[in-house]
Ligand binder design. Structure first.
Ligand code: 4AD
Ligand code: MG
Length: 502
């Protein structure tokens, strides 16, 4: 088969009422006596292709009938506009070439458990929701580069093999570097500080590693972080930059990823709320909010709505089960689907009801000096319709490099940005300690090896200036914008506790 008029599905509109050739994979296939309906995917979109027995030779008709899910093929035919069809166009097939016939593709249209899907991640990536999430991820990456480049930042690559910790020694992946101890980078920040004193404003965009033993929906062991670092920026300017960056990313995703967000079922009105200024509260105010009446009322209402939902599920399930016996085939299918949905939802609701008392205890017992856990962050974000910045954390729970508040030694000039709808921390940043003696003190306090920080201390010896920066976690940003409940679906091949393959 010739490749004349080769098109992608995305550009097929250019071939309306003309002949076009598409190449891709069978996403779905339906056959009847005289017609074969192929939903084809080619990476740019989905298109319905119709093979009519009367229009083609016996040989092609047989080929069409032998097709299976995920077989690769090339199709040629006439492009007709059709509003009702996926993508808005149909291909009326005249010629068909099978490139490879797939046998027993493991991911069928029926539902699969997440563990099975994770084992088949290399294939799962072809599914529509995964496809959409990866496109949003790509848009976010592009928007981040656009934002920093237009703001005059220089992109830098920081090393992945490092000799020192940046974010606490408990989460380091150790490796052997020709008989020397080396660690996989937890953060490019310290190197970013060096480059900021050479270029003014820089950002890193690279993989970072944390040996986090926590199995949560927010933690990966390998994730991508974007870390801007700016000379002559104080904490306030740092927060302004973080806010502007997030607003820009959200705008670009809303502008360019409508179709993807639609596939993901994302409530875009929630993203449309994300406008400046973002609320900024101190850590002290955050503790007051967590222990105060507003959070108590929020937890009560969460508990009530979960209990109501459980009641209604408990009522609907037996009703549907009773109906199932007499139902016709189509209705049976609907009922099965709904029952599956309800059972999954029931598990979630019951888990919420088990969690709420734990969350309540954690929030209510919070005292100044405690760190926030995942549930505390979730609750905090629920008081706001856009990201909230919490600043001025207790210095004792924050990294060694953070500058202390000149008016209160117990407070560090650090900031976290928490994403709304319960997503929690997506940015951590700070104004850096720029005084040599104070930084030396912190290194000692944190039991860090002064020798390995020798080069870093030089930055305070030779033209030290006030400077600040932050780190944005890419996967948490993707999870939030896509409305995904777990970071495992935000990166092509996630690395987490207990997962190294595929
Ligand atoms: O708050 P973190 O640890 O801050 C830093 O690493 C600083 N050096 C950044 C800086 O100031 N230049 O991490 C920053 C962000 C978090 O807010 C979160 O979004 C993400 O990185 N992150 C993770 N994402 C996925 N899995 C993990 N285990 C993560 N740990 C942090
Ligand atoms: Mg943090």
């Amino acid at each position: 088969m010739t490749k004349e008029n080769l098109s992608t599905i995305r550009d097929i509109h250019q071939f309306e009422d003309k002949t076009a050739t598409l190449q891709g994979w069978v996403q779905n296939i339906r056959t009847s006596k005289a017609l074969v309906f192929i939903i084809m995917r080619d990476g740019t979109g989905l298109n319905q292709c119709i093979v009519a027995k009367d229009d083609i030779s016996e040989e092609i008709w047989e080929k069409a009938n032998s097709l299976t899910q995920e077989s690769s093929l090339r199709l040629k035919g006439e492009v007709k506009k059709d509003e009702r069809s996926v993508g808005g166009y149909e291909l009326h097939v005249r010629d068909l070439e099978i490139i490879q016939l797939a046998q027993d593709y493991p991911i069928t249209p029926k539902e699969h458990g997440v563990e099975f899907l994770m084992e088949n991640r290399h294939l799962w990536l072809r599914s529509q929701r995964q496809w959409a999430a990866m496109r949003v991820r790509n848009q976010i990456i592009f928007a981040i580069h656009q934002f920093f480049q237009k703001e005059g930042f220089i992109q830098m690559d920081s090393p992945i093999f490092t000799g020192n910790a940046a974010e606490g020694t408990t989460t380091l992946f150790e490796t052997d570097y020709f008989d020397e101890k080396a660690y996989l980078s937890q953060s490019g920040q310290l190197y970013g500080e060096a480059m900021a004193l050479a270029h003014g404003k820089i950002y890193t965009f690279g993989p970072t590693f944390r040996a986090e033993k926590s199995k949560t929906r927010r933690h990966l062991t390998e994730f991508w972080m974007i870390e801007p670092e700016m000379a002559f920026y104080d904490l306030e300017m740092n927060m302004d930059l973080a806010e502007n960056m997030v607003i820009f990313i959200v705008e670009e995703v809303l502008k360019n990823c409508r179709n993807e967000l639609d596939i993901l079922g994302r409530d875009v009105s929630k993203l449309e709320n994300v406008k400046g200024p973002f609320p900024r509260i101190t850590y002290t105010e955050a503790v007051e909010l967590l222990t105060g009446e507003k959070t108590a009322a929020l937890l009560d209402s969460m508990e009530r709505s979960n209990m109501d939902e459980l009641d209604s599920i408990k009522k609907e399930v037996p009703e549907l089960e009773a109906e199932h016996g007499q139902a016709k085939k189509g209705r049976k299918f609907q009922i099965d689907r709904r029952l599956k949905e309800l059972r999954a939802r029931r598990e979630e609701v019951e888990e919420n009801l088990r969690n709420i008392p734990v969350w309540r205890k954690s929030a209510m017992e919070k005292v100044w000096g405690d760190d926030f856990g995942g549930s505390d962050e979730t609750l905090l974000t629920m008081h706001f319709d856009r990201p909230v910045m919490v600043h001025g954390y207790p210095s004792a729970i924050k990294a060694f490099y953070m500058k202390r508040d000149p008016n209160d030694d117990k407070v560090a000039l650090g900031v976290d940005m928490l994403a709304p709808e319960g997503y929690g921390e997506m940015i951590g940043g700070a104004q850096r300690e720029d005084d040599l003696d104070l930084l030396l003190e912190r290194i000692k306090e944190h039991n860090l090896d002064e020798e390995t920080f020798k080069w870093y201390l030089d930055l305070r010896r030779f033209g030290s200036v006030p400077h600040s920066g932050f780190g944005l976690g890419l996967e948490r940003t993707v999870a939030w914008l896509c409305g995904l409940s777990h970071v495992r679906e935000t990166i092509p091949f996630p690395r987490m506790l207990g997962r190294l393959t595929p």
